[in-house]
Design a protein around this ligand. Structure first.
Ligand code: PAF
Length: 281
């Protein structure tokens, strides 16, 4: 992989990396499109990273379809599909790992201990192996995107991180590989997450700036049949609670629907209308 990247760079090409865990969907392909706009060659990595799954999480059952991934990547003109085996990427269990620090103690990090250490460790490895000029991540995984950006800044990785708005189906559901776990009733119930975010956004546009009031409004909508809310919080880019909501405030939400944990978010000033809406494939 590194040889390929270095040869391309020697030819004067900028490399864009889209890191994924495979089972590609439209949201991944939008990241590919963005990488193509920003770079001359696009690398898509597909690797289900064991390090970021907890012992009771869905590593064994995580959806995988390498043949379909290959077809979709080819159709989207990805220049290089990098899909290493676990043995290749982790020849030995890494003893030295990336410590994500206090930004990982809250929200997803609190619910999934060790998750962000696993994410940042594999992302650092991918950056070292692929040596991209730019890496593109989705904003749906907001905490992940902020932590990757922070790692790149704090540890002087010489690359740019670009964060692309969330891709949603036309009814508002944020696209995620884990949506494939949802049955039809759960799929309907899952709309409570985007509805709750929209309710908060509307209340904020209506003049409410008190985070407690806005969180109360969001939770009211999130408490729907079949939905077990985990959190709905107003935070800044540092993931800390805000004292007053403004255009840069991000509303983050997590809830379980059936056995599936879903997350979503909206930046108040951008609003859900600016996210990308696509028809279900
Ligand atoms: O967002 C994901 O799919 C994964 O967390 C990532 C960034 C590919 C690391 O395994």
């Amino acid at each position: 992989m590194r040889e390929w990247s270095r040869a391309e760079r020697k030819r004067g090409h900028r490399i864009g990396l889209v890191p994924t865990m495979g089972f590609l969907h439209e949201a991944h392909l939008r990241l590919v499109d963005r990488a193509r706009e920003r770079a001359d060659r696009v690398v898509l990595s597909s690797f289900v990273n064991p390090l970021q799954f907890g012992p009771r999480e869905d590593f064994d059952h995580y959806p995988r379809d390498p043949a379909r991934d290959r077809r979709l990547a080819t159709e989207r003109a990805v220049d290089c599909l990098f899909a290493p085996s676990t043995e290749a990427l982790y020849a030995v269990d890494p003893v030295v790992r990336i410590a994500p620090g206090p930004m990982s103690d809250v929200l997803e990090g609190a619910a999934r201990p060790g998750h962000f250490q696993g994410v940042l460790t594999v992302v650092a490895k991918l950056f070292h192996v692929v040596e991209p000029d730019i890496a593109v991540f989705g904003r749906k995984d907001f905490q992940q995107a902020m932590l990757v950006r922070r790692m790149v800044a704090d540890l002087d990785f010489g690359l740019e991180v670009e964060i692309v708005p969330t891709v949603r189906e036309l009814d508002g559901l944020a696209i995620s590989s884990r949506n494939s776990y949802l049955g039809p009733d759960e799929r309907r119930a899952a709309l409570a997450l985007s509805r709750a975010l929209r309710a908060v956004e509307q209340a904020w546009r209506g003049g409410q700036a008190d985070p407690k009031e806005l969180e109360r409004r969001g939770l009211e909508v999130l408490h729907a049949p079949g939905v077990a809310p985990e959190y709905l919080k107003l935070v800044g880019e540092d993931l800390r609670p805000v004292a007053r909501a403004d255009a840069r405030t991000v509303v983050v939400v997590a809830a379980a629907v059936g056995g599936t944990r879903l997350i979503d978010n909206v930046v108040l000033g951008e609003g859900m209308a600016n996210d990308i809406a696509v028809r279900a494939s």
